[in-house]
Ligand binder design. Structure first.
Ligand SMILES: *[C@@H]1O[C@H](CO)[C@@H](O)[C@H](O)[C@H]1NC(C)=O
Ligand SMILES: *[C@@H]1O[C@H](CO)[C@@H](O)[C@H](O)[C@H]1NC(C)=O
Length: 428
């Protein structure tokens, strides 16, 4: 957690990179946008930079796959740009979004306060103006970083400072990455002419491993699932969970989304650790605890937010390394202590399996205390499972909005690479 994590987001399809680009793909012949993402050490949120406005200013955004549009702090004092333009109510983009409305503002005219402007709801009764402005992101030609790519009219919602008050220090914006027509993946791919696809690859252990030349063999795929009520959420169909080969006794109804939009498995880039409904959490902790007891690892007092922590001195003769995976003593492996692997078995013909290895399941707190990196979400949370970023580290996860498919690499530690090592000419 404390180590320097790299996260690459690329918004393109590598299929498009490798095959012919349509002639009108973009003014620049863009193949991809690639940007580095870092983890805020306090909030554990992932953030990345864009440049925006005239004159250009650097803005740091929180990555949130569940937001329908980019949020930008946009009150009078903080937003200055000669190219700001509010989105008219009559614009097709405004009409394309089911929750949009037409706003009148009684304050003095400024960014965020214009008449006959498309507005979107915030929390409660607030609504915020949609606007467009110049936005610049780094491109890639497929193997090397390319020039900066300028998007003259990238859409965002103008929010107040109060509305965005929870953001980590140094950030004033949120990158909305849902499948909405207003969100960044659709907006950027429409402007540049490439596919509606993005990849997130959090984590990285710099310098230890060599490049892999092909990742195609290690990407598994499953369908993304729409939630009938919470339409911005990305769900996947986990059918069962196995720990060290043992199937957890879970009510399978909890793993499905009901007509009220509750249940099922959601993906989140703002949850640092996977959250489990209490019955699933208890079941996982019970199995883990008994398996670790057999390895002479005793349960010790919990360290918040975790509910199950163990004395690791029984299973390791030295402390965890800086990345929490390096150890000596009991069966040191590249992927962590030999704690049981947690397999999420997904729906699909081939029953693809997302394997959560030790490096993604346990968090080292002190030298001799290791906690399971899952949190109890209460008896009846909206989603039964929310997969958080810690469990995605050293995985490459791909959201293909055109085919509505989720791709995942499983731990890249096995592939002896890291997210910062990608050769973008290889195919995903
Ligand atoms: C918007 O229109 C209302 C009523 O027509 C007017 O009172 C208000 O000043 C206008 N607001 C702006 C920002 O022009
Ligand atoms: C990336 O892969 C391509 C195709 O396999 C290869 O030609 C190129 O040399 C690789 N680049 C690096 C930096 O390894």
């Amino acid at each position: 957690m404390e180590s320097c994590h790299l996260l690459l987001v690329l918004i393109a399809t590598l299929i498009v990179w490798l095959n012919q680009l349509p002639a009108n793909a973009s003014q620049m012949g863009l193949r991809a946008l690639v940007t580095e993402i870092t983890q805020d050490p306090t909030s554990l949120l992932y953030t990345f930079e864009i440049q925006q406005r005239t004159p250009l200013q650097i803005q740091r955004l929180v990555l949130d796959i569940e937001q329908d549009y980019m949020w930008v702090r946009c009150d009078k004092k903080s937003y200055r740009s000669s190219t700001y333009s509010p989105l008219a109510c009559s614009a097709q983009l405004c009409k394309s979004y089911v929750y949009s409305g037409c706003g009148t503002c009684y304050g003095s005219r400024a960014p965020g306060c214009n008449n006959d402007t498309c507005v979107v709801p915030g929390l409660g009764s607030d609504s915020f103006e949609l606007a467009q402005d110049i936005t610049v992101l780094p491109s890639s030609d497929g193997s090397n970083p390319g020039p900066l790519a300028s998007f003259p009219n990238l859409l965002f919602a103008c929010a107040t400072k109060e509305y965005l008050s929870d953001l980590p220090r140094g950030t004033a914006s949120v990158a909305g990455m849902s499948s909405s027509t207003l969100a960044m993946p659709t907006q950027l791919s429409a402007a540049a002419g490439f596919g509606r696809k993005f990849v997130i690859c959090p984590g990285g252990i710099a310098g230890l491993y060599t490049l892999v030349t092909s990742l195609s063999g290690i990407i598994s795929r499953t369908s993304l699932i729409k939630n009938p009520v919470y339409s911005s959420a990305f769900h996947i169909g986990v059918e069962r969970i196995e720990v060290g080969g043992f199937r957890l006794p879970i009510d399978s109804e909890k793993l499905r989304i009901d007509e009220r939009g509750r249940g099922g498995t959601k993906l989140s880039t703002v949850a640092p650790y996977t959250q489990l409904a209490t019955p699933i959490y208890d079941s996982l902790m019970g199995v883990f605890t008994s398996m670790l007891r057999q390895m002479n690892s005793l349960r010790v007092a919990s360290v918040a937010p975790f509910g199950a922590c163990f004395d690791s001195s029984g299973v390791a003769t030295s402390s965890l390394g800086p990345n929490g995976y390096q150890t000596s003593g009991f069966q040191p492996t590249r992927v962590g202590f030999s704690v049981p692997t947690i397999n999420l078995v997904m729906q699909g013909n081939s029953s693809p399996v997302w394997s959560i290895v030790g490096a993604n399941s346990r968090v080292g707190i002190y030298d001799s205390v290791v906690c399971l990196g899952f949190v109890d979400a209460g008896e009846d949370p909206v989603a039964s499972i929310v997969i958080g970023t810690f469990q995605m580290e050293n995985n490459l996860v791909q959201f293909d909005l055109a085919t509505w498919t989720f791709g995942f690499s499983n731990s890249l530690l096995y592939a002896q690479t890291t997210c910062s090592d990608f050769n973008f000419t290889t195919s995903l």
